[in-house]
Design a protein around this ligand. Structure first.
Ligand SMILES: C[S@@+](CC[C@H](N)C(=O)[O-])C[C@H]1O[C@@H](n2cnc3c(N)ncnc32)[C@H](O)[C@@H]1O
Length: 201
């Protein structure tokens, strides 16, 4: 009875069960736990971004990031922004491979925290700003990356009219209303193909 009330029975059973597992099973269980916790954290971050901004945090895969950044043809020292930068992966690639001056803007404080940690781990020279890009001045941009939702693209379309000549905007999946893309490239993702719209000011 005492064991039942204190939960000792439950815990001792669990410990015994764990103790009897083979090393391989323990490693598999450990991996499932780590990935499970990581998945839950990402889900929480995505949900928070969605509540704050209407656009969830969904990270572009590393493979697609590499392909999209290569399409921008970044020159050393160019100023590169990611509007809604997530964990900063576009900018880390732009800075480390193409020596860009990279700035990431994200509205979600938790996502910004993740971006700052990622930038620090990767030893990249990337500035992360926790702000709303609707009120942020990025008109000195040479290159802009965005992966947002269609409604946001129409609002940004107006702001992009003030960008300097030569600026390239690369939008994953969604078009910018009121702007004619100079190129539309289909890139291969895990499930098939998806468009990247490239605009040249
Ligand atoms: C689909 S995720 C893209 C993340 C990253 N660019 C990538 O492709 O891996 C969109 C991000 O935009 C951010 N966001 C949405 N609206 C924003 C706004 N008005 N200002 C700044 N960030 C915003 C969200 O918090 C989210 O992290």
């Amino acid at each position: 009875m005492y064991e039942l009330l204190t939960g000792d029975a439950l815990f001792s059973d669990t410990i015994n069960f764990y103790g009897e597992m083979s090393p391989t099973s323990k490693i598999i269980l450990g991996c499932i736990s780590v990935f499970g916790v990581a998945g839950l954290v990402m889900l929480l971050l995505s949900l928070m971004s969605f509540i704050i901004s209407g656009a969830p945090f969904i990270a572009t895969s590393k493979n697609l990031t590499r392909k999209i950044v290569a399409l921008a043809k970044i020159q050393p020292g160019e100023r590169v922004y990611d509007l809604g930068c997530g964990d900063g992966r576009f900018l880390i690639e732009a800075n480390k491979i193409y020596a860009a001056k990279a700035v990431g803007i994200d509205i979600s404080p938790l996502v910004c925290g993740l971006a700052k940690i990622t930038v620090w781990i990767k030893r990249a020279d990337v500035v992360i700003r926790c702000a709303d890009f609707d009120t942020y001045d990025f008109l000195d941009a040479d290159v802009i990356f965005c992966y947002l939702v269609p409604d946001q693209m129409s609002v940004l379309g107006e702001k992009f009219k003030g960008l300097k000549k030569g600026c390239r905007i690369l939008s994953r999946r969604f078009e910018i209303h009121g702007h004619e893309p100079s190129q539309q490239i289909q890139i291969k993702n895990f499930f098939g193909y998806e468009p990247v719209f490239i605009y040249q000011i």
